[in-house]
Design a protein around this ligand. Structure first.
Ligand code: BLG
Length: 484
């Protein structure tokens, strides 16, 4: 009996095991966080609506965090979906909610210790944390002088944690945390004297400074800081590993350098005086010409804000401006260009804008196809200023220097050589003030960024000013073109 029974039991055991294995096999292992993103075909991120992270311009969503996240989504072969949170509290709650975003890309400071609600990626940007104050108040120069001041920071921010740490050292230190206000609001409150101080990342300050005439940096706090993306706690680390691998490649491939240059590189080019003067003229002068910029932009498919930025760089929106070389008008047309563009009176702002827009569009269209956007726009600006021939020379010298003649980043390094004898004697068109277009393009890019931010269309699902939880459309463009 037993001799028969034993094999039957074994058979049963084998059958059971096989069934279990098959069942497990059929159900599959639970997909990892990364596999879920890939299966869904969408990377969902939460961010903040601010000039240093994410906002809308005419072409759709833009901003440092947006573009970096878009590149990450591309690397995974999925599309990007963005929502913006109106406070850090909402942001971290969303991150940890069921079916919430996969990660937060929001200019978050890498915490010194573990964060209660998130795991952080490797850093992608180095910034300093700055204490800012109002210019007509005494400047604090060290930590002890923070005591007795009305300080406000965003609730749940790294800045608040730094202050909490400092409070242990300086028990008399007090500060408030707000979950209603964004960095830009806090800076405005300092600017208007409603609070004494706030803390801000150097990148954010640079991007927000244009409308804040009274803001000054008191001192840097706590050495160099780093920004990183945040992922929810409690998920496996597959997505975090993919993020880290992407960021390390982005560093190696210069993508981070490029984005830094694109979004923050221009932030300081205007300097303090330039920035505040621009902010004043934006209110006082721009409204007179806005309709002309819009009209000319519409006619030539150029973002009107780019035309306005050119106009500001050329004349500070002064229709009677005259350069030392006799170039005149709001868009600073040479006599030859004016004639070619059918402008009879260069001092007529509408004619000048129309002529400038047409000239820019022609120069842009005439560039070789090998120059892609957004560089194509920067090259067109340079040609507007220095002429196509000199730009050609600079591109040739760039190629000869082993650099890429289709990249603005490379050509702008070489352009100043056009004013050095050892170089311009080797060129076809000879001497030119090659530094001028570099400066010209840098400034215009910064004016353009500011104009894009201040005139950004409302995000879908609510007004920007309300900064609710928005879900703008997914943008699949791989190239950003401010002009066409
Ligand atoms: C530009 C012309 C280009 C011309 C270059 O000069 O003017 N652009 C316009 O008229 C819009 O057409 O190129 S060329 O036709 O191939 O020769 C070179 O001649 C104008 C520039 C010159 C510049 N502002 C627009 O950017 C200017 O006024 N520079 C002088 C500055 S300062 O007063 O001496 O400091």
């Amino acid at each position: 009996m037993f001799t028969l029974a034993i094999p039957r039991m074994r058979r049963c055991a084998w059958l059971l095991t096989t069934t279990l294995v098959l069942l497990l096999g059929a159900c599959g292992k639970a997909p990892t966080a990364l596999e879920r993103v890939q299966e869904e075909g969408v990377l969902r991120i939460v961010t903040r609506n601010s000039p240093s992270t994410y906002y809308q311009d005419r072409n759709g969503p833009t901003g440092f965090e947006y573009e970096l996240a878009e590149r990450f989504a591309q690397s995974l072969g999925v599309t990007l979906e963005v929502e913006s949170a109106d406070s850090l509290e909402t942001l971290f709650n969303r991150l940890n909610s069921a079916n919430g975003p996969h990660l937060a890309a929001a200019g978050l400071f890498l915490p010194g210790s573990t964060h209660p609600q998130a795991r952080f990626s490797t850093p992608y940007l180095e910034v300093t944390l700055q204490v800012v104050y109002r210019s007509n108040r005494p400047r604090p120069t060290q930590r002890q002088q923070l005591v007795g001041q009305r300080i406000m920071v965003m609730k749940g921010s790294h800045h608040a944690r730094i202050l909490a740490k400092l409070q242990r050292e300086l028990p008399a230190l007090t500060y408030e945390e707000s979950d209603e206000l964004e960095v830009a609001d806090l800076l405005r409150m300092v600017d208007e004297g409603q609070i004494d101080l706030t803390l801000v990342g150097s990148n954010e300050l640079a991007m927000n400074r244009f409308a804040l005439p009274n803001i000054r940096v008191a001192f840097d706090l706590d050495g160099e800081q780093q920004l990183a993306w945040a992922l929810p706690k409690g998920t496996d680390s597959s997505l975090l590993q993919a993020v880290n691998a992407f960021l390390s490649k982005a560093r190696e491939d210069q993508l981070l350098t490029e984005l830094k240059e694109r979004y923050y590189g221009q932030a300081d080019v205007l300097g303090y005086v330039g920035t505040t003067t621009f902010a004043r003229h934006l209110q006082q002068r721009m409204p007179r010409y806005e309709a002309h910029f819009r009209q000319a932009g519409g006619q030539h498919q150029i973002d009107w804000r780019l035309l306005a930025a050119i106009g500001y760089q050329e004349s500070m929106w002064e229709p009677e401006a005259t350069s030392k070389t006799g170039v005149r008008g709001l868009m600073m047309l040479t006599q030859r260009t004016a004639r070619a563009m059918g402008v009879s009176n260069r001092l007529d702002p509408q004619q000048s804008i129309r002529g400038g827009a047409r000239y820019f569009a022609e120069v842009h269209a005439g560039l070789p196809d090998s120059i892609r956007e957004p560089d194509r726009t920067w090259f067109a600006l340079a040609a507007y200023n220095i002429g196509g021939g000199h730009l050609q020379d600079a591109r040739k010298l760039t190629r000869e220097a082993g650099l890429n003649p289709n990249k603005w980043r490379d050509v702008k390094k070489i352009l100043p050589r056009l004013s050095q004898k050892q170089w311009y004697t080797k060129t076809r068109y000879g001497y030119a003030r090659g530094g001028e277009p570099v400066h010209f393009v840098n400034n215009i890019r910064r004016y353009y960024d500011i104009l894009s931010w201040v005139t950004q269309p409302p995000l879908e699902g609510g007004q920007v000013a309300e900064r609710g939880l928005h879900r703008p459309g997914i943008d699949k463009r791989s190239e950003r073109s401010p002009s066409l």
